[in-house]
Structure formats: C-alpha cells, structure tokens
Design a protein around this ligand. Sequence first.
Ligand SMILES: Cc1ncc(COP(=O)(O)O)c(C=O)c1O
Length: 346
Amino acid sequence: MPLTIDLRSDTVTKPSVEMRRVMAEASVGDDVFGEDPTVKLLEKSVAEMLGKEDAVFVPSGTMANQVALASLTTHGDEILLHEHAHIIDHENGAAARHSGLQLRTIRDASGRLPLDQVREQLSASQHRSTPQTLVCVENTHNSAGGTVYPLDELRELSIEVHARGLKMHMDGARLWNASVATGIPERDFAACADTISVCFSKGLGAPVGSAICATREIIAKARRLRSVWGGSMRQAGIIAAGALFALQNNRARLAEDHRRASLLAQAIGSLPDAEITHEVKTNIIMFGWTNSHVDADRLVEECEREGLRFFSMHSRCVRLVTNLHITDSDIGEAANIISRHYKKLS
Ligand SMILES: Cc1ncc(COP(=O)(O)O)c(C=O)c1O
C-alpha cells in the first residue's frame, strides 16, 4: 500500500470502528419535531460545556457561522472582522448573499483584532451611515497558523464591543484546540461572545456537524434560520452520536496533535531560509520562506508523489495540519520528505 500522510487538514479524518458502532446504535427520532434524544443530549452537553443557555446542532461550520451572523444582525448592517477570517476567505460570500452584510476588515498578522484598530473603526463608524452591529473573532485562527486568542485580550475586546452596544460572534471551529493548548476552559473564551460556533468534525474527528451556542432567545432564532436555509435534519441522532463520542473521547488527545505539529515545525523550520510564520501552539503549521526559489505548488506536487499531502497558501508558504490519524513516525517521514524536496527545489 502506498504511503499516505495527509496533512491537508484536520477535516480529513475518518470515524473509528468504535465511533461508527456508537453511531449505528444511537437512539433517534424526528429532530424537526424536537424528538431526537441524541441530538438533544448533544445540544445540552455542548451548551453546558460552553456555559451558554442553549445550543443548536447544524450540518457544518459554515452554516454555524452564517446562521449565527444572521441571528445577530439585520440586512445592510456592517460587521467587523479579520481580513483572513474563515467567514471571508472560505464561505463563498455567504455573509453578503444570505444576510446582506457589509464586511469591514482589520489587518494584523496575528489573526487577532488589535484593540486600538477596533476602537478606531468603531469610532469612525459613528460618522458613517451604515450601522455597525457585530464584531467577529476566530479562535483558534486558521490562516494565522492556529493561533489562540489570548483570554485577557479577548475580554478587553468583548468589554469594548459590548459597551458600544455591538454584539460579538466567535468562530470557535477549533475552540477545543485553544482550550487544550492553554488549559483555559472553553466556557471562559465563550463568555466573551454572544454566539459561538464549534465544530465536531475537525480535530475531534466526528464525520459531520457543528453547533451554535448562545442564549435561549438567540438559539430559537438560529433554529428557525437553520430551517429557512434547509439545514434542519430528521433522524440526526446518528451523526450527533459521532459528535458526542468525539467530544467525550477525542478532546484531550488534541494535545498529541499539538505536540506533533510542534515537532514537525522544529524539523522543517530549521531548513535554509525557512520560517514558521506563526508560533505553533496548536495543530496548524504555516511553513514559509522569503528568499529561496522554492515554488510552493511545486513543493506540494513533489511531496504528493511520495504520498505526503498538504496545501499551499501562496507561492512561498504551505500549511500542514496534524490530526488524529497522524503518528510520530508520520511526522519523521513528513519532515524527511519535505526537507529533501525543499532543498532540491531551492
Ligand atoms: C476556522 C473555521 N471556521 C469554519 C470552518 C467551516 O467549517 P465547515 O468546513 O464544516 O463548513 C472552517 C473549516 O475549515 C474553519 O477552519
């Protein structure tokens, strides 16, 4: 069997035999009628874990973000977010298409929203006609190399945003990673935001599903919007069981993904002219270079021929993501393959 080490994303994992068994045996009912006990249990568990009144299960992280945005805004509002937020770069213009939102962005290499820039934008908006109603953060930040939003910074931001009468949404697709990396409970991060989206099918390894957590009132609205957009599911307990299993069994082990990402970053970060552009604290590595002639797409192609898969971000940067299928020996092998081809292409 040819070697395959898939570091394209933490979304590529497949459910284990044990997870599949739990899914097959799940109690189910019609969730549109509010009768699926496994979905109800998942929603209750995740809401409690995040310290919110309620939660709603949705098919994807994108739907979770978009339903949350729509629940907190009115068509024609402006929202403030990072220029490389997943909501902007990878959601197909959904915020504009579904919710008629105007997006104002903040640029910062850290993936965070520096308070001075937020203040500047919020103050400037008082002299503009478009109502600014929402600020979005991403924790961890995908395109900023899985960086964790420091809790004290997040709290300060939240206080500022709420003092000015705006709301806050957190894209917490990888909130579990932020929590495991820092030892800070998810609910402490979640307390800063009005809505949080979390995902079960990334590092946690469930096949499908995300949730939005918020107050009962916001979740009632989100539940309706999920239906408007065709996202209500019937006997969804089968997939909710995978999500519950993932939450209970695969959360603590994220520390292994973080350790392996850090090992790989050390190995390839010492290559000539190479740079790990963001300190690796979770499971995402941004491997870049400045002067070398290596073309990122060529590097991806050459490595793929040897069974190692990852994505290029631009001509001088690639992204590698550890996940629950990756072993210590995969890390050693990946470092060798990358080093060899990087040096050859330099
Ligand atoms: C930070 C972040 N938010 C949201 C999503 C969207 O999740 P999905 O692919 O389930 O729609 C992703 C997907 O990778 C992500 O990285």
